[in-house]
Design a protein around this ligand. Structure first.
Ligand code: URA
Length: 425
């Protein structure tokens, strides 16, 4: 087999054979196919697509490039959640302990932020002492003893995806639905979860800007999971405005703890409970009430045990950025739009995110929202607070906010987007 014929097949809009796919993924993982050759193939896939059989085989080949985990020794059924990424999307933090408190085991392999979307591991690392890197044995131990674990995927899991995702990131080939679907699902299937709920975000702050693309991505992933024996369901959810009132690492941990304490912003609570119900249903756990587990403190108990089991101190004071800058409302009226992408870019520029994989993040940096779409605001009232340790970043962050909101006349009618836009099973 030679790589040039594989590239030519896809360049000329042909279908890759199972043998071509198996070979190219294996040869790329071993370093026999060069980065420039794989990036040509990824661009051909982005431009010409892959059919369902090709995507399934591509996913299987990426799974076969590494190890498969197994949770058969656990006494509870497993349920995992994956979000395609958004701004202020801290849902994993309250959700994993909540679902565990309701009776399922939650093995949550998570990632770091890149670009304008935050990463769950960066958020949790703002808790003093907390460790994202666990061996497979440690991961299983935390899962078995607390019911939930949130950690980084080990190097052995779908190594072909690790290499390919890093390459796509620097070659403009991330946004290909076949490549996104196979990348996410290869890791989730290799992880060994029995059921999976996908939170496919739609809107300015998401990968998928429109609902038709989100539906295609969701149904591709649901089919991949189902065909591999993983009970898979997807919710399409709104990402036109940030979730909750915070975007930034420690800021989002603080808000998640509020949710676990029975409070927190209504949209975060609503989505956490909707996803928890789907996960419990997919795992076959009957008669559990996630709203009750938030209210009675049982989800908080699991959170505290889970954080402590990974070296974190659940009572520690969270880091606060050294400098704040308040942005005020320029007029009085109804806030009708607060753009997720612009807020995400501002949080990123303030130091909450990274430009390159190896960059550090600031634990305290980010954006705090003082109003959400639908709220009435008064000229001069605080609309946003920007947080950073490096105040020279304020100007750069403010540049991303020049068209971040609309304020209509007082009393203007406003219809909010529903949080859950669709369900695909
Ligand atoms: N997340 C992934 O894991 N892979 C992608 O391709 C995109 C988002």
């Amino acid at each position: 087999m030679d790589v040039i014929s594989v590239i030519r097949t896809k360049r000329d809009k042909g279908e890759l054979s199972p043998e071509q796919i198996d070979w190219v993924i294996d040869a790329y993982t071993r370093g026999e196919v060069a980065d420039e050759q794989m990036s040509a193939l990824a661009m051909a896939i982005l431009l010409n697509g892959m059919d369902r059989e090709e995507i399934a085989r591509w996913t299987a080949a990426m799974i076969a490039s590494g190890e498969r985990m197994n949770f058969d020794s656990l006494s509870r059924p497993t349920a995992d959640k994956h979000s395609t990424g958004g701004v202020g999307d801290k849902i994993t933090l309250p959700l994993a302990p909540l679902v565990a408190a309701c009776g399922a085991a939650v093995p949550q392999l998570s990632g770091r932020g890149l670009g304008h979307t935050g990463g769950t591991l960066d958020k949790l690392e703002s808790i003093p002492g907390w460790r994202a890197l666990l061996s497979n044995e440690e991961m299983l131990h935390v899962l078995d003893t607390t019911g939930a674990v949130i950690c980084a995927a080990g190097d052995g899991l779908a190594p072909a995806d690790k290499k390919l995702y890093a390459l796509r990131d620097v070659t403009g080939t991330v946004e290909a639905i076949p490549l996104i679907a196979s990348s996410i699902m290869s890791k989730k299937i290799a992880e060994g979860t029995g059921s999976l709920v996908l939170d496919v975000k739609v809107g300015t702050g998401a990968f998928m800007k429109n609902i038709d693309d989100a539906r295609e991505l969701a149904s591709t992933m649901v089919a991949l999971g189902t065909d591999s024996g993983v009970k898979t369901v997807a919710l399409l959810t709104d990402m036109s405005t940030p979730l909750g009132l915070t975007a930034g690492n420690a800021l989002e941990v603080r808000e998640s703890v509020e949710v676990l304490a029975g409070g927190g912003p209504a949209d975060v609570v609503e989505l956490t409970i909707a996803l928890a119900r789907e996960m419990l249903d997919a795992a076959g756990v009957k008669d559990a009430d996630p709203a009750k587990a938030l209210a009675d403190g049982s989800a908080m108990d699991v959170w505290r045990r889970m954080i402590a089991a990974q070296g974190g101190d659940p009572d520690a004071t969270l880091p606060v950025a050294r400098e704040q800058h308040v942005v005020t409302a320029p007029s009085t009226g109804v806030l009708t739009r607060l753009d997720a992408y612009d807020i995400g870019i501002a949080a990123w520029r303030l130091g909450a995110g990274r430009a390159r994989k190896e960059d550090p993040v600031q634990a305290g940096a980010g954006v705090e929202l003082h109003a959400k779409p639908g709220d009435t605001v008064t000229a001069g009232q605080p609309l946003l607070t920007l947080h950073t340790d490096t105040p020279e970043k304020f100007d750069y962050a403010l540049k991303s906010l020049t068209d971040a909101w609309d304020i209509a006349e007082p009393g203007a009618k406003f219809t909010p987007n529903p949080i859950v836009l669709d369900r695909i099973a």
